[in-house]
Design a protein around this ligand. Structure first.
Ligand code: KG4
Ligand code: ZN
Length: 329
């Protein structure tokens, strides 16, 4: 059994994975950070410290396990917010030391990368699009540990752009789910939002131009009706998703890879799921999406990534440290 922790950002998550039995608890801090319009690292860390012990007890209880059942402890060591990561890493080390079990340090991005395959068979090679508040990365995955970074955002992450555009439109934080909901009854073609880097042959992404376009649009229209807000949100959402979609289709063609997985908070977006599904079918691409509970940050994806290579387990606890800028490749 693997007991796993993820405290990379503002969600505290603890999971247990034992064969096909699992628990996956997430304590969200969204309400606390919403009033600041973004995550305050020191507050996030304090909250992690407050709830991690209780969540651990509950995660074990949920699968009728005790500390004696633990074989490995997995923990996210980066990338993420330094104060937040430190809480998870310190807790994991203290627990591992007291029960004398090895630790498997896990890269948070690797957790997202394999989350869509949880409960399924992993087929290589696949393209992995990771889209969240902090990341917009496109990888070619040729095997476990064999990753090529094809492209990443040159400025804002796509989730960050959703959050910033929501703020410009006077909507609440986090912006992604709100924009997703409002767009359902709006016209995504009402405004034409230029997609930046559009004609260049690149697998990189850019979202700051899309965001600035929305900002200027809002400035020009002196009074926004509810319908205007919804139409701008839907048009922005369409433009952002099209940016992602074009890169993925181009990468599939260039590398001849017919499996595409998408993960991270933005992969919960309903418009994205519909548009990618339709385009994937047309292009004979197999789309692998995570279940909704595994789109955002969660410890089950960390347990699962850990389970894919148990050889990384170590009793040298002092070698396990938090790396806020940890890279995958
Ligand atoms: O993966 P995640 O929970 O945390 C990290 O950033 O690592 O992703 C959070 C991001 C936020 O920017 C949020 O606005 C976005 O994911 N998000 C969405 C949706 N749900 C969450 N964006 C678009 N549509 C959604 N339904
Ligand atoms: Zn994440």
């Amino acid at each position: 059994m693997i007991l796993a922790f993820d405290t990379s950002c503002d969600d505290t998550s603890v999971a247990c994975l034992k064969g096909d039995k699992f628990s996956n608890l997430i304590s969200s801090q969204i309400d606390i950070h919403a009033e600041f319009g973004g995550v305050i690292p020191e507050i996030a860390a304090r909250k992690h410290a407050e709830v991690i012990g209780h969540l651990t007890k509950k995660a074990l209880k949920d699968i009728d396990a005790t500390l004696d059942d633990i074989d490995y402890i997995a923990v996210t060591i980066g990338p993420g917010l330094a104060p937040s990561l430190l809480v998870g890493v310190s807790f994991a080390k203290a627990l591992a030391y007291s029960i004398k079990k090895p630790i498997i340090p896990v890269n948070h991005i690797e957790g997202h990368m394999f989350a869509p395959f949880f409960g399924r068979k992993i087929e290589y090679p696949f393209l992995s699009l990771i889209i969240s508040g902090g990341h917009t990365h496109l990888f070619l995955v040729e095997g476990f540990g064999k990753y090529k970074l094809l492209g990443k955002t040159l400025d804002d992450a796509v989730g960050e752009a959703f959050d910033k555009v929501a703020r410009i439109l006077g909507l609440s934080y986090p912006g992604g789910p709100v924009i997703d909901r409002l767009s359902k009854t709006a016209d995504p073609y009402r405004f034409n939002i230029p997609q930046g880097l559009k004609d260049k042959k690149t697998f990189n992404f850019s979202f700051s131009g899309v965001k600035t376009h929305v900002k200027n649009l809002v400035k020009k229209m002196d009074k926004l009706s509810k319908t205007d807000i919804n139409n701008i949100a839907a048009s922005f959402q369409r433009a952002s998703i099209e940016i992602l979609l074009k890169r993925c289709i181009e990468a599939s063609r260039t590398f001849g890879v017919k499996i595409l997985s998408i993960s991270g908070g933005v992969s919960a977006n309903s418009y994205l799921r519909a548009v990618f599904e339709e385009t994937a079918q047309k292009n004979n691409i197999k789309l692998v999406l995570p279940q909704l509970s595994m789109t955002t940050d969660n410890a089950l994806m960390i347990a699962y990534a850990a389970s894919l290579d148990l050889g990384r387990a170590t009793h040298d606890y002092s070698s396990v440290e938090a790396y806020p800028s940890l890279k995958l490749v």
